[in-house]
Design a protein around this ligand. Structure first.
Ligand SMILES: Cc1cc2nc3c(=O)[nH]c(=O)nc-3n(C[C@H](O)[C@H](O)[C@H](O)COP(=O)(O)OP(=O)(O)OC[C@H]3O[C@@H](n4cnc5c(N)ncnc54)[C@H](O)[C@@H]3O)c2cc1C
Length: 436
């Protein structure tokens, strides 16, 4: 028998759950293919520490406000040292400016890097929102000719944030990532949700009626039906079931939208194809048991150049900073994105761990025992939609409703959690207005 809610939301990632939260007073059903909420946010616990195998940090005002409404603590990175691994060495300093001075690269290279960053910051300061002229160029075209080391550092920053190289990423999107590392107070920009980023979706799941959440149900088709929308889904191996609703919010990934909605207009299909394939990300969580202090204790995020991963995220930093005595153990996460993830994907989990550990030891050569004893969790993601050159020109089509189907998700708005939360919020607002 078909059920008939007012609104059916497809996908229980951050976008879908944000939409569900803002429509929680209405008759809403959420359909999700996984056995859990949170999508590309996935958090675990280890001996009093939490860790994120998916999204690490949040930063935008709307996500922070949502967390506070949900009663979740958002923790800033104050007190963390700045660090970068470059030219085979780990440079650490109290702040980004002094880190720049300490970077182990020749002065002439440093000067060229400094000039490029200064120029990019000037361009960014003139931008009001996302700029169409910059979007029509790749970030590499915005940067122009530069030195090898500058290119390597900016490449690492944009790949880490978007999965794309400087040649591929939209100039408007890539600029923010390029200047982030040395463009201000990174540690106070990056914030963590206590308990892990997945807590946002888990808290929303608790705030809405649990009966409205249908997990392990894969959406197979979404079609117009009378004055509403018919969604067919499958629970495991069972027969197809269906839901008919007045309005649908699709918060699935772009590939799932294409698969479930073959009748979309050609322009929309093309725009969706353009954000595919999502860039791969391979994360390894390192759950450690050391009894005393570690060289990474005061580091929060360490970008790395020339290793099998481009970011080391010290998830335990927040727990440790807020306690008076140092608790035993810790949790680190390494992230490999784009080409670095591709290189790891062909390997077994054991081989990934061995390769990443060998590189972690280049950063922290004295900590072999701790890293060899660590329990590890490998996670493989089709992680980041392509915000390539010209993406902004396709944004309107990506967002456009199709009949009574509305669309949200990071790929419709901007990379990361701000895009997911913001688009879920807006989709809920539009749908509420239509429901009256
Ligand atoms: C390893 C990693 C690290 C990241 N780090 C950061 C970070 O530090 N900061 C940041 O801001 N962002 C980060 N991101 C990006 C961030 O996680 C995403 O942008 C955000 O979570 C996307 O949310 P979403 O709801 O748009 O999509 P998703 O979270 O992908 O949600 C889509 C949901 O739809 C479901 N679905 C798909 N197909 C179907 C179907 N057929 N039927 C039913 N359900 C379906 C999926 O299972 C999923 O739950 C990271 C991503 C990864 C992978």
């Amino acid at each position: 028998m078909a059920s008939h809610p007012e609104v059916v939301i497809l996908g229980a990632g951050l976008a879908g759950m944000t939409a569900a939260y803002h429509l929680r007073d209405r008759d809403v059903v959420v359909i999700e293919s996984r056995d859990r909420v949170g999508g590309r946010t996935l958090s675990g616990e280890h001996d009093g520490y939490w860790y994120n195998s998916g999204a690490q940090f949040v930063w935008d005002a709307r996500t922070v406000a949502l967390c506070s409404e949900l009663g979740l603590d958002v923790l800033g990175g104050a007190g963390a040292l700045s660090a970068v691994f470059v030219n085979g060495k780990l440079a650490i300093a109290p702040d980004p400016n002094r880190l720049f001075m300490k970077m182990p690269v020749p002065w002439v290279e440093k000067a060229r890097f400094g000039l490029t960053i200064t120029r990019l910051r000037r361009i960014a300061s003139r931008m009001h929102g996302l700029d169409a002229d910059l979007d029509a160029k790749s970030l590499a075209e915005v940067i122009g000719p530069t030195s090898d080391i500058t290119r390597d550092i900016l490449e690492m920053a944009t790949t880490s944030g978007t999965g794309l190289s400087t040649q591929e990423v939209s100039g408007a999107i890539g600029l923010g990532y390029a200047i982030h590392l040395f463009g201000g107070d990174v540690n106070s920009t990056l914030k963590a949700v206590r308990g892990g980023t997945q807590q946002i979706s888990k808290a929303i799941a608790e705030a809405i009626d649990p009966e409205r959440l249908m997990l392990e149900c894969k959406v197979e088709s979404v079609t117009a039906s009378g004055g509403g929308v018919k969604v067919r889904y499958r629970r495991g191996e069972r027969e197809q079931e269906e839901v008919e609703a007045s309005i649908c919010i699709s918060a699935m990934t772009a590939d799932a939208v294409l698969e479930a909605m073959p009748d979309l207009p050609e322009a929309k299909r093309e725009a969706l194809q353009n954000v595919l394939p999502y860039a791969p990300v391979v994360t390894v969580a390192w759950l450690t048991d050391e009894p005393g202090t570690m060289p990474w204790d005061q580091l929060l995020a360490v970008p790395a150049i020339g290793l099998s991963f481009e970011l080391l995220s010290n998830n335990a930093f927040f727990v440790r900073r807020d306690s008076t005595t140092r608790r035993k153990g810790g949790s680190l996460v390494t992230l490999a994105t784009g080409p670095r993830a591709e290189a790891l994907l062909a390997l077994t989990d054991e081989a990934i761990v061995a390769r990443v550990r060998a590189d972690l030891l280049k950063m922290f050569p004295s900590e072999r025992d701790v890293l060899e004893r660590a329990t590890t969790r490998v996670e493989r993601w089709r992680g980041l939609p392509r915000f390539g050159k010209g993406w902004l020109g396709r944004q309107k089509v990506l967002r456009e409703p199709f009949g009574r189907i509305h669309f949200c998700g990071d790929y419709t708005a901007q990379p990361g959690t701000p895009g997911a939360v913001g688009s879920g919020y807006h989709a809920a607002g539009t749908v509420r207005a239509l429901l009256g």
